[in-house]
Design a protein around this ligand. Structure first.
Ligand code: SAM
Length: 263
């Protein structure tokens, strides 16, 4: 199985924030609230460039971020250095794989925001991750993760094999202009994953143009599969939402957000 590209290509980190900083996903306030309620340190797995981690530390919470990609962690570190010392002091960073890590600590809350869990394609990887999570959680700690709610047409309709422009005309401070498109490169229905391509078109101030493709497989899960997987790994789902406004899960919900505790 190929990797997910974040640890192979620097451009994945370079263009991550310009794309996602443009709109406020409601997930940030949701996860910050979870950390505030936890009453102890949070561990965020797949913390990336700190899109959720930095607002959490700014809200006064202690948080450790773990990520596999040195490029994503490098961006996070640069952003952190621009924060006040007390905010920096609340943050710990670690490079590692969420399927096999040992930070030597236990946490009141462990989170996996914005779908890093969907980079784990096989059941063996998913179970390895959940086993590590359980081991790092305090006895009364909570585990929160989100995955997208699979839309059946998007999993089979050949129209999604075509490029769809999702983010037009993002101007960067140095004059580069980024356009981002995405497509599904292949459906793997039997193994429940799609090959995804995030396609970056960059126009440089000197007129040079680039096309950079971030390609990775992405697993999808169904509601009861996640519940059973969590059960198998020693968790019980205590809250379940269809979006970050805490709305109940329906057929139209875009997200599946699980809050679990140790059995
Ligand atoms: C879509 S980004 C999400 C980043 C961040 N949580 C956010 O909300 O913006 C996915 C992140 O998961 C990380 N990741 C993917 N597989 C991983 C693994 N096995 N262990 C640790 N991090 C991983 C990637 O390096 C990337 O930073």
């Amino acid at each position: 199985m190929p990797g997910n590209g974040y640890e192979d290509y620097e451009f994945t980190a370079e263009y991550y924030d310009p794309v996602y900083d443009r709109f406020t996903r409601r997930d940030i306030e949701f996860y910050v609230e979870q950390s505030k309620r936890a009453g102890g340190r949070t561990l965020e797995l797949g913390c990336g460039t700190g899109r959720v981690l930095i607002p959490t530390a700014l809200a006064g919470c202690e948080i450790t971020g773990l990520d596999l990609s040195s490029f994503m962690l490098g961006k996070l570190q640069q952003k952190l250095e621009r924060q006040p010392p007390d905010v920096q002091k609340r943050v710990g960073l670690s490079q590692g794989d969420m399927t096999g890590f040992d930070t030597g600590e236990r946490y009141a809350l462990i989170t996996i925001p914005f779908r890093p869990f969907q980079h784990l394609i096989t059941v063996a990887e998913q179970k390895a991750c959940l086993t590590c999570v359980r081991r790092h959680l305090l006895q009364n700690g909570r585990f929160v993760l989100d995955v997208f709610h699979p839309s059946i047409p998007r999993l089979i309709d050949p129209k999604y094999l075509m490029e769809i422009e999702t983010d037009p005309g993002i101007e960067m401070p140095d004059g580069r202009v980024l356009r981002r498109a995405q497509r599904i490169a292949a459906f793997h229905q039997v193994e429940q994953y799609n090959d995804i391509e995030l396609i970056h078109y960059i126009k440089h101030p000197d007129g040079k143009e680039e096309r950079l493709v971030h390609a990775f497989p992405m697993r999808y899960f169904y509601r009861y599969e996640m519940e059973h997987l969590l059960g198998l790994c020693g968790f019980r789902v205590v809250e379940f939402y269809g979006n970050f406004d805490h709305s109940p899960f329906t057929a139209e919900s875009p997200e599946m957000i699980f809050i679990a505790e140790k059995v």
